[in-house]
Design a protein around this ligand. Sequence first.
Ligand code: ZN
Length: 159
Amino acid sequence: MNCKYFKTRKKDNKKERRIYNYCTINRKEITYDNCKKCNKCEIKIKTPMKKRSRKLNMKENNRYSIIYQDLTKCAECGSKIGIEKNEVFEGAYRQTSIKFGMVVPFCKKHHRHFHNDIIFNLKYKVIFQKQFMKNHSLEDFIGIFKQDYIYLLNKRKRG
Ligand SMILES: [Zn+2]
C-alpha cells in the first residue's frame, strides 16, 4: 500500500485476535479498497521509480555488435526505417548480451518476428553463439548463457 496513513495493526486480546488495516487520518479501520478510493490523504507516497544509472544508460547507448557493423540497418531485410537494437539473449541475459556485443538491429517487423517466431529467434541466437565460439569454447558459452542454442535449434528442426 502506498498511502502513508494505511497501517496494518493487530488485535490481540481476550475478545479478538486478528490482523486488520487502520487509517490513521480517518482514525478507523479501513479496507485496502476503501483506502484506494479515499482521497483525504493527498500525500499518497508513490513507490519511487528506480532511477536508471548513468552507467547503465551509457552501456545501452554504446551497444555494439560482434556481427553487425551497421546497427542502423535491419539484419534481416536491410531496411533503415524504425531500427531497434535488440539484445540477442533476453531477460536475465540482457546485460550480458550488451557486454559481449550480442546485439542485432531489426526493423519493427523483424523485431516482432524475433519475439514471436521461435525458429527465427533461435537462428539468430545460433549465429551469435557460433561467432562467440570462434574465440571461446562451448563450455564458456554455456557457462555464461546456460544453454547450447545450436543443440536447441537442431533439436527443434528434427521436431
Ligand atoms: Zn527487417
